[in-house]
Ligand binder design. Structure first.
Ligand code: GLA
Length: 386
C-alpha cells in the first residue's frame, strides 16, 4: 500500500517530497447504535485502514486521487463551501476535514493527495472515518497545529455530520484516532470519556465476514433511526424521567412510558436500553478475558439489532446464525450500521478456516454469492509512516 500510493503520487503529481500517513478502520464488539444515544461502545481499531500520501500546495487548489478510482477530483480552495457537493464524491470526507482546519486553525492552503485502503470500502468497517482521521492526522502534522487525538477525532466527526451530512455518532472517528495495538476502546460517548481494555489475541480472534451486499439504504435508514430515537427520548423524558440521553434509561422506564409510544418507537428504545446493559456487562467480561460470555452478548446484540432495531438483513442473519453453530465460535453479530456490509465472529484461535468454509458454503447456496472472510487483528492506531 505504501509503495502503491507513493508510485501513484509521483505519476500523478510529480516526485518528492510528500509524506505518508495511516489511520485504521474498526470493528465494534458491542454498543450497536449507542454512540448517538449517549451510550457506551466497545470498538477495536484493526490492522487495516486508509493510507495517504500528501503534499501542501499553495496555488489555491486541491487535487485528490483514490487508488481505486480513475478520476482525480480537482477543486479550488474557494469552492469548498460549507457542505459537500455531489461532484466531490468520496473527496467530501477529506475536504470536510480540511474545512474544519480552515475554520478552527486558519489553514488556507490546499493539497495534493493520494488515498488507498486495504479494508473493504463502505462495508461497516469505517472506511469513511479512517479517511477523515488520516486527513486530520496529516493536516495536523503538515500545519503543526499540535491538536490532541480527541480533537482530531472531533474535527473528523464534524466533517461527516456537518459537511457530508450523515448524522452519525462519534464512535468511528474516536476508534480510529485513539486506536492502540492489543486494546479495545471502551468509549463512554456521553462524556466523551474513554479507557483502553486489553484484548488477548492468543485466546480470541475476530473473523470478519463480508456479505458483499452494498449498504444502499444505509444513509437514509441511519438518519431515520437517529430521528426515531429522538422521538423515543422525548416521550421518556415526559412520561418517565428527565435524563440527558436515551441510553441512560432502564427497562422499568420503558414500561412506564410504553403506552405513550407506538410499537416501532418502543422497540427502537428497547434495543438502545438493553444494548447499554450488554455493553456494560461485555466490558466486564472483556476485562476478565471471558470470551465465552462476551460472545454470547454479541449474539444477543445481533438479535436485538435485527428484531428491535431492524438494521439487519437476511444475509447478515444467515451469516451470523451459521457462524454461531460452528465449533469454536463464541458469538457473532453485524458490525457498523448494518443494512448489509460485514458481520464479525469471535472465535477460538485456529477455528477460522473451518468456520469460513461452513459459512461460505451455506451463503453460496442460499444467496449465490461468494462471501468474503478475513481474520483481522487489532492495529497500532494512526500516525505517520516512513
Ligand atoms: C455507523 C456510524 C457510527 C455508529 C454505528 C452503529 O458506523 O458511523 O457512529 O452509530 O454506525 O453503531
Amino acid at each position: 500500500m505504501l509503495d502503491a500510493i507513493g508510485e501513484r503520487f509521483r505519476a500523478e503529481f510529480g516526485g518528492a517530497p510528500f509524506r505518508r500517513f495511516f489511520a485504521p478502520g474498526r470493528i465494534n464488539l458491542l454498543g450497536a447504535h449507542l454512540d448517538y444515544n449517549g451510550g457506551d461502545v466497545l470498538p477495536m481499531a484493526v490492522d487495516r485502514g486508509i493510507y495517504l500520501a500528501i503534499r501542501v500546495r499553495d496555488d489555491g487548489r486541491f487535487r485528490l486521487r483514490s487508488l481505486d478510482q480513475q478520476r482525480t477530483v480537482d477543486v479550488a480552495v474557494g469552492d469548498v463551501g460549507e457542505r459537500s457537493r455531489p461532484e466531490f464524491g468520496w473527496a467530501g470526507y477529506p475536504l470536510g476535514v480540511w474545512q474544519g482546519f480552515a475554520r478552527t486553525a486558519g489553514v488556507t492552503t490546499g493539497f495534493d493527495a493520494v488515498f488507498a485502503g486495504d479494508l473493504p470500502m463502505a462495508s461497516g468497517l469505517s472506511s469513511s472515518a479512517a479517511i477523515e482521521v488520516v486527513t486530520a492526522i496529516a493536516l495536523d502534522a503538515l500545519h503543526q497545529t499540535r491538536l490532541e487525538r480527541q480533537q482530531l477525532a472531533l474535527l473528523a466527526h464534524r466533517a461527516e455530520t456537518g459537511f457530508v451530512g450523515v448524522r452519525c455518532g462519534i464512535m468511528d472517528q474516536f476508534a480510529s484516532a485513539l486506536g492502540r495495538s492489543g486494546q479495545v476502546l471502551l468509549l463512554h460517548c456521553a462524556g466523551p470519556r474513554w479507557e483502553h481494555v486489553p484484548f488477548d489475541p492468543a485466546a480470541c480472534e475476530v473473523l470478519v465476514m463480508d456479505t458483499r451486499k452494498p449498504r444502499r439504504l444505509a444513509k437514509s435508514g441511519f438518519n431515520e433511526r437517529v430521528a426515531q430515537c429522538a422521538v423515543a427520548h422525548e416521550i421518556l423524558r415526559t412520561h418517565a424521567r428527565d435524563l440527558p440521553h436515551l441510553a441512560l434509561y432502564d427497562e422499568a422506564d420503558l414500561e412506564t412510558a410504553r403506552s405513550a409510544m407506538d410499537d416501532v418507537t418502543f422497540r427502537r428504545a428497547r434495543h438502545v436500553v438493553t444494548e447499554m446493559g450488554r455493553t456494560r456487562t461485555g466490558a466486564v467480561a472483556l476485562r476478565r478475558h471471558d470470551y465465552e460470555a462476551l460472545g454470547a452478548l454479541l449474539s444477543a446484540s445481533h438479535r436485538s439489532t435485527a428484531v428491535d432495531y431492524e438494521v439487519s438483513c437476511d444475509e447478515l442473519d444467515v451469516m451470523t446464525s451459521v457462524a454461531c453453530a460452528q465449533e469454536g465460535v463464541f458469538g457473532a453479530r453485524l458490525t457498523g450500521a448494518g443494512f448489509g456490509g460485514c458481520a464479525i465472529a469471535l472465535l477460538r484461535p485456529g477455528s477460522a478456516d473451518q468456520v469460513a468454509a461452513a459459512v461460505g458454503a451455506v451463503f453460496r447456496e442460499r444467496f449465490g454469492v461468494e462471501a468474503g472472510f478475513d481474520l483481522l487483528r487489532s492495529g497500532p492506531g494512526p500516525g505517520e509512516v516512513f
